[in-house]
Ligand binder design. Structure first.
Ligand SMILES: CCCCCCCC/C=C\CCCCCCCCC/C=C/C(=O)SCCNC(=O)CCNC(=O)[C@H](O)C(C)(C)COP(=O)(O)OP(=O)(O)OC[C@H]1O[C@@H](n2cnc3c(N)ncnc32)[C@H](O)[C@@H]1OP(=O)(O)O
Ligand SMILES: Cc1cc2nc3c(=O)[nH]c(=O)nc-3n(C[C@H](O)[C@H](O)[C@H](O)COP(=O)(O)OP(=O)(O)OC[C@H]3O[C@@H](n4cnc5c(N)ncnc54)[C@H](O)[C@@H]3O)c2cc1C
Length: 609
């Protein structure tokens, strides 16, 4: 499809989905499922995942009563317009202004520079009638920082932009299809007025007289919508990883290369240890991310209930966990999808393998809802704060509880003696805890050598990100182990999940061996025992690998991959797909008479001479 066709088709699908949700009707969970099967980014994502939650989280009761019924019936369509041309990560650096005018009781929204243009918001370019806009609030000449406002963008009769608003699509993005179904947009305000009651005032307020009343709760609650989406992105990472792994695993069982001495049957590529060493950790990651996603959902629900009761104690941890796990899982999944493409050899590069589009549509997850490095630095700040408070009497809790055992973890030596010890959950956990704590403490020690903490933080950014990743990996491993300790129906299933859990943990040890050795969390002998155990786990997973991806229960239609077909009938179907290509509509291609024939004839003529 052309961009225009793709966009229109996505509108068609979205509206059909909305109709089904209402007519059947579907529950929230079922609607989410429908979104997955629709399988295309579109304006509904931003309306339901960001616009509505922003009003719910930051609006007053009156604002919710006014706007939510309209939004819930989709009589208005909204998006989340925060990022600008000049600033995305640095939210405090946004330039759009919202100046209160006490004469008219309105805010005047203005884009003072080109870099202040809103740039990127999904659904903004062509669809949304409304947006939650983030702008600097100015009253009486004083800048109070960034706040949210509900703004109507387009005329409700003919969809034209309201006077004072310039709006459009930012253009084609990475890949063919992929995220191009979405109208990511730009927007400029030219002294555009909105009534005062359209500032989202649950946190801070502006009175009729123009007095600014600051929030009596943490101002970071304004970032709540991002926290909520980051949490869902972790579960989505598992879905995308599982999809790529399903394709690569099934195809690896079909594909044969080498291994036959005398014309006999060749080796299935899945039997090569190199293939297993690249594939099975990704299979394990798909499961690991699902379990940590379930746990994160619980954590998010818990913090939401606490916030409603004005208990803000766990907000920093919820922020660190959502930010860090969003970052870690999306980076691993993007890399994993690309690895799956390579695991499928040349055919993985074909569009009909399903992998190129999956990669193209997935990879911006490393950037949206917070650049992955910027988010790990938030985790690092949280860790540095936690380390600095050790010994102050305030015991670290939740995912940093292990830091409370700093004395032991800083000096303990791993008691792994034989390969099977690497299947001991306590020993594995302690290894990850020691590595994470030692990396964090080493950063904190290095930071303390700087007179200026911020300057030290800047200097140590790369080390801090590594310490943050180590902490996030510990969370994923520990939640996988907790899952195994819970009730799992069927001994066989439990055994398979156990194998995957230890593959996940041991492959991380192998991948980040430098960290584990340099922090003395393990010795090189213990590292080689881990490798030995890993190989043995691969052998145990091998007979069940296809069943473990069949368990994701993805239909062929959803997978959209010739290589990942359930029936394994890959080669005839590759031919079928090739023959569908428009280039094969004619035997002699368009352009033959114009370019190829004259070229060949010229050679023939010169040959005769
Ligand atoms: C064919 C295949 C198809 C596949 C289909 C897959 C199917 C998928 C199905 C469904 C998918 C649905 C997907 C969901 C929709 C996704 C749509 C994505 C659309 C994208 C939207 C966006 O990108 S919106 C814009 C997002 N922008 C950002 O994330 C900006 C990042 N920056 C920030 O968050 C902040 O600026 C930053 C945190 C970096 C710094 O903030 P700042 O105020 O400057 O703070 P700082 O001084 O550093 O810290 C102050 C203090 O506050 C703490 N803090 C910061 N943030 C938070 C927070 N959120 N909550 C709580 N506390 C916070 C911070 O830690 C500091 O604490 P202290 O150190 O002072 O204690
Ligand atoms: C597909 C897609 C959809 C989007 N949808 C929306 C939307 O609906 N609404 C919306 O408001 N926004 C949206 N965005 C914007 C998105 O949120 C931002 O692009 C994102 O937050 C990253 O910000 P940035 O582009 O400013 O990156 P930058 O911050 O400019 O990042 C550039 C580089 O600088 C590095 N960097 C930046 N700051 C630091 C630092 N402090 N320390 C170390 N390194 C740093 C980053 O790691 C990165 O490598 C979308 C983006 C994409 C790609």
């Amino acid at each position: 499809m052309t961009r225009k066709e793709l966009f229109k088709n996505t509108l068609r699908k979205s509206v059909h989905a909305w109709k089904l949700i209402n007519e059947l009707p579907l529950s929230d969970d079922e609607s989410l499922m429908l979104r997955h099967f629709m399988d295309q980014p579109g304006f509904l994502d931003l309306h339901w995942r960001m616009f509505v939650p922003a009003i719910k989280g930051q609006g007053t009761e009156e604002q919710k009563q006014k706007w939510l019924p309209l939004a819930n019936k989709m009589q208005i369509i909204g998006c989340y317009a925060q990022t600008e041309l000049g600033h995305g990560s640095n939210v405090q650096g946004l330039e759009t202004t919202a100046t209160f005018d006490p004469q008219t009781d309105q805010f005047i929204l203005h884009s003072p520079t080109q870099t202040s243009s809103k740039w990127w918001p999904g659904g903004l370019g062509k669809v949304s009638t409304h947006a939650v806009i983030y702008a600097r609030l100015i009253t009486d000449g004083k800048d109070h920082g960034v706040h949210g406002f509900i703004v109507q963008l387009r005329n409700m009769d003919d969809h034209s932009p309201l006077p004072g608003i310039t709006i459009g699509d930012i253009g084609v993005k990475f890949g063919n299809g992929a995220y191009n179904s979405m109208d990511n947009g730009f927007l400029m305000f030219d002294k555009f007025c909105i009534p005062r009651d359209q500032m989202l005032m649950r946190l801070s307020k502006v009175t009729r007289e123009g007095k600014y009343v600051p929030s009596d709760v943490p101002r970071q609650l304004m970032y709540g919508t991002m926290v909520s989406v980051r949490q869902t992105i972790v579960s989505n990472a598992s879905i995308a990883m599982a999809r790529a792994v399903c394709i690569a695993t099934r195809y690896s069982a079909v594909r044969r290369q080498f291994g036959s001495q005398n014309g006999g049957i060749e080796t299935q590529v899945i039997d090569y240890k190199t293939q297993q060493n690249r594939l099975f950790p990704l299979l394990a990651s798909a499961y690991a991310f699902r379990f940590v996603g379930e746990w994160l959902k619980w954590l998010y629900t818990d913090v939401t209930q606490r916030l409603e009761a004005s208990d803000f104690a766990t907000l920093p941890e919820a922020h660190a966990c959502t930010a860090g796990l969003k970052s870690m899982t999306t980076s691993a999944t993007s890399d994993g999808i690309e690895e799956c493409r390579k695991l499928c050899g040349g055919h993985g590069y074909l569009w009909c393998s399903g992998l190129p589009e999956l990669f193209a549509v997935y990879v911006p997850a490393c950037t949206y809802e917070g650049d992955n490095v910027v988010l790990q630095l938030q985790v690092a700040r949280f860790l540095m704060k936690t380390v600095s408070q050790l010994g102050s009497g305030k015991a670290p809790a939740g995912t940093t509880a292990y830091m409370g055992r700093a004395k032991h973890l800083l000096q303990c030596r791993s008691s792994i003696r034989k390969a099977e010890d690497w299947l001991n959950p306590a020993m594995v956990l302690e290894t990850f805890e020691a590595r994470a704590l030692r990396m964090a403490v080493s950063c904190a020690n290095n930071l303390s050598k700087f007179e200026n903490q911020e300057q030290g933080f800047s200097e140590l950014l790369a080390d801090l990100v590594e310490a943050a990743i180590a902490h996030c990996q510990l969370i994923v491993v520990s939640k996988f182990i907790v899952k195994l300790e819970g009730e799992i129906k069927g001994k066989g299933v439990k055994n398979q999940l156990k194998n995957l859990c230890y593959i996940y943990a041991l492959h991380l040890i192998h991948k980040h061996l430098g960290d584990f050795l340099s922090t003395n969390s393990i010795t090189s002998e213990q590292a080689s025992l881990a490798n030995h155990q890993l190989r043995s786990l691969y052998t145990q997973v091998r007979p069940n690998a296809v069943a473990l991806v069949d368990a994701f229960d993805y239909t062929d239609h959803y997978l959209g991959s010739v290589l990942g077909r359930y029936d394994g009938n890959v080669y005839p179907k590759l031919f079928e797909e090739a023959l569908k290509d428009p280039l094969n509509d004619t035997v002699v291609p368009d352009g033959y008479h114009e370019y190829i024939r004259p070229l060949i004839k010229q050679h023939l003529r010169s040959a005769r001479l």
